[in-house]
Design a protein around this ligand. Structure first.
Ligand SMILES: Nc1nc2c(ncn2[C@@H]2O[C@H](COP(=O)(O)OP(=O)(O)O)[C@@H](O)[C@H]2O)c(=O)[nH]1
Ligand SMILES: [Mg+2]
Length: 280
């Protein structure tokens, strides 16, 4: 199954991918670990794999002036108990120069981004949990994307263009308003769907549902930078508008506690996701 990853500039795409590549190496034992690896011979993905820890700690790779196409493979293990077979996802992110793979309505998608979307069975839409990074015209951008994909694929208006689509709010640790409890406990006490609607509005849900068959829409809250294990609060620190992880004396592997980063992949692959996965 092929997945196309999209999101506006600064929505957290690169950092989320870095977290997926790095998460299989954390100290946390997970029952059925999912592994995400660079696609065969994909130089940009291999570079991202090598610099993943630095990226999570706030060292961003230099922006490129050329189109960069990243390919990854996610291996999902099977489960005899749940009657699930193994499966794998081919995940692609095409970063046009300037970085906007989801331009405002009225401007066309980059042809390479459109080509990827037309090949994809699933859409992974990254949205930033940091409201300052959320564009006001998100819904128009998603409608415009759907329309261009439908046109290019020759799909009738109103018919689904993807098998599944998942809205992924990353930096989700920033969503809880913090009324006394820890950010983690507050986040866990709410339904992802409700928080997504609160954060981006129900118009976006309507736009998403228009792209898939009934039941094909999913909602996930993830955090690449995650939580502080001892305080259960936000782990990242803000520096001049950007967030950085500072691992401290225990080192990166001991300190890093990402939040539910694999859930969107489970949903896209299988149409269901167990909330127990990667739960801190
Ligand atoms: N607090 C927090 N900030 C994040 C997280 N992921 C990304 N960010 C912030 O968002 C910025 C943009 O992320 P990036 O992945 O470069 O966005 P892209 O343009 O979509 O690739 C980063 O520099 C971080 O400051 C996260 O999980 N938590
Ligand atoms: Mg990026």
């Amino acid at each position: 199954m092929r997945i196309s990853l999209v999101g506006t500039t600064r929505s957290g795409k690169t950092v989320y991918l870095a977290s997926l590549l790095r998460a299989a190496f954390t100290q946390d034992r997970v029952m059925r670990p999912i592994k995400v690896r660079p696609g065969a011979d994909c130089e940009p993905a291999l570079d991202l794999f090598d610099s993943a820890t630095g990226i999570l700690c706030g060292t961003m790779p230099a922006g490129t002036t050329t189109l960069t196409r990243y390919q990854f493979v996610a291996d999902l293990p099977g489960s005899l108990l749940a009657g699930l077979g193994k499966c794998s996802l081919d995940i692609t992110l095409t970063d046009p120069p300037g970085g906007d793979c989801m331009p405002p309505a009225g401007s066309s998608l980059h042809p390479a981004v459109l080509a990827d979307l037309c090949e994809a069975d699933g859409l992974l839409l990254i949205l930033p949990g940091d409201a300052a990074k959320l564009p006001g015209d998100l819904c128009d951008r998603l409608d415009a994307l759907a329309q261009q994909v439908a046109e290019a694929k020759g799909v009738e208006p109103g018919k689904p263009v993807f098998l599944r689509a998942c809205v992924v709010v990353t930096m989700a640790e920033l969503l809880p308003a913090g009324n006394g409890g820890s950010a983690l406990d507050e986040l866990e006490s709410k339904e992802p769907y409700d928080l997504v609607v609160e954060h981006v509005g129900s118009d976006l849900v309507r736009a998403l549902r228009g792209m898939v068959a009934p039941g094909g829409d999913g909602y996930a809250l993830v955090s690449a930078m995650g939580f502080d294990r001892s305080t259960r609060g936000v782990a990242a620190h803000r520096e001049a508008g950007d967030w950085k992880l500072v691992p401290g004396p225990r080192g990166f592997d001991e300190a890093w506690w990402p939040y539910r980063v694999f859930e969107p992949l489970e949903f896209l692959a299988r149409g269901v996701a167990w909330r127990a996965r990667m739960a801190p």
